[in-house]
Design a protein around this ligand. Structure first.
Ligand SMILES: Nc1ncnc2c1ncn2[C@@H]1O[C@H](COP(=O)(O)OP(=O)(O)O)[C@@H](O)[C@H]1O
Ligand SMILES: [Mg+2]
Length: 377
């Protein structure tokens, strides 16, 4: 059992995006102080943290110095290099531990872990050369999707292959890097389970959340997911296995595919709060960010009970194409919560904020959040 880190203590966050921002808000609300570390300045997390440290993740002296000033280090950026996590771990506890980052930040390691754990995943092949790709396509057929093993997010580093004529183009698209080729599935829907695990093994989850993507980027989430209870329960059971086998102390999200034949497959893992769990901030007794705080500080986890069904719509930089969105219009929806991340540059595809709608049922929340987002334009 770890000694609890109590309010008043300082938490270090590696990474400085919106996940760190919402974590910092939860932590400061409970009386903690927050330091954030990333190569950038005036960041979404830095704007609400007590201290914003700007240095390269490769500057291990700066990382050690950062870790010495805090009681525990957590992260919001899952591509923190392994040596960075190790340097931090020499000066402060890192939760979840660096080995979990190592497993989940590379698709081949992640898939090997899932296979070994006996969990169902999409058929895939490892690809390290054009020859490998040829062979893998002969085995998996079409369509497939080629994904770089490391550093992919929001569909970056992915190429869908529909016919043999695209092989060279696909290999160029992943910049000839180590990749995985996956069968491209005919999906019924996608769901995720955001769960937290305490240092003492306590496990809580937010149930199945339904996710819709546009251009490979999460677009809308709805909770509870509109799937059969059996599928939701199966997904939660699998998430429990993942958190236990990885010995997570913190929050982890499991992304699932629900195939047309009703089969549930794990797509990927994120060892941190997840975009699909943003609706927990407004909809649940304890948000995913507060759970992360409680878990990494060794506090008892909170109730995940939902006040009301909810739906979340991402606000991407594209919404700024013709100037500032119409915030007044969105605020005119009384059950709508507006979240903006303080990002200075609204680039296309960049996550700038989100809206959460609460309603008496998930379907109504889903309709409202779509209408509210449309009203911004
Ligand atoms: N094998 C697949 N079959 C069908 N759709 C897929 C497949 N792989 C990815 N996708 C679609 O692309 C989205 C993003 O892919 P994902 O592997 O989760 O990458 P990222 O790390 O960018 O989130 C998925 O949520 C899904 O909508
Ligand atoms: Mg994903």
């Amino acid at each position: 059992m770890i000694a609890p880190i109590l309010p008043g203590a300082t938490i270090g966050v590696l990474g400085s995006g919106q996940l760190g921002r919402m974590f910092a808000i939860a932590a400061r609300r409970m009386g903690y102080r927050v330091h954030t570390f990333s190569p950038d300045v005036d960041t979404p997390t830095g704007q609400v943290a007590d201290v914003e440290v700007t240095a390269s993740y490769d500057d291990l002296d700066a990382v050690a110095d950062f870790a010495r000033r805090v009681s525990v280090v957590t992260f919001e950026f899952e591509n923190v290099p392994a040596p960075t996590a190790q340097a931090a771990a020499r000066c402060a506890p890192v939760r979840p531990k660096g080995a979990i980052l190592h497993t989940t930040q590379q698709r081949i390691r992640e898939k090997s872990f899932l296979t070994k754990a006996g969990l169902p995943i999409t058929p895939y092949r490892e690809v390290r050369s054009l020859d490998d790709l040829d062979r893998a396509l002969a085995e998996l057929g079409y369509p497939t999707v080629l994904k770089t093993a490391a550093f992919g997010y929001d569909g970056k580093g992915q190429f869908k292959i529909d016919s043999p004529g695209q092989i060279r183009e696909a290999w160029n698209a992943v910049q000839e890097q180590e990749s995985v080729l996956e069968a491209f599935l005919d999906l019924d829907c996608e769901i995720s389970v955001v769960a937290a695990r305490g240092a003492d093994g306590q496990f809580v989850h937010f149930g199945a959340i339904e996710n819709q993507h546009a251009r490979h980027i999460l677009d809308l989430s709805v909770a509870p997911a509109r799937v059969e209870p059996k599928i939701a329960a199966e997904a939660v059971d699998m998430a429990r296995v993942v958190l236990e086998k990885l010995e997570v102390v913190g929050v982890l999200c499991v992304e699932f595919f629900v195939a047309r034949d009703g089969k549930l497959l794990i797509n990927e893992l994120a060892p941190r709060p997840h975009n699909s769990g943003h609706l927990t901030v407004d909809a649940c007794v304890t948000s995913q960010f507060e759970q992360q705080l409680r878990a990494v500080c060794g506090l008892p986890l909170g109730s995940t009970e939902m006040h009301r069904p909810a739906a979340m719509a991402n606000l991407l930089g594209d919404l700024w194409a013709n100037g500032e969105p119409n915030w007044l219009a969105a605020c005119a929806f009384p059950d709508m919560k507006l979240h903006l991340y303080g990002k200075l540059e609204p680039r296309p595809g960049r996550k700038m904020g989100h809206l959460t709608a609460l309603n008496h049922d998930a379907e109504a929340a889903y309709r409202t959040v779509k209408n509210a987002r449309a009203s911004l334009l």
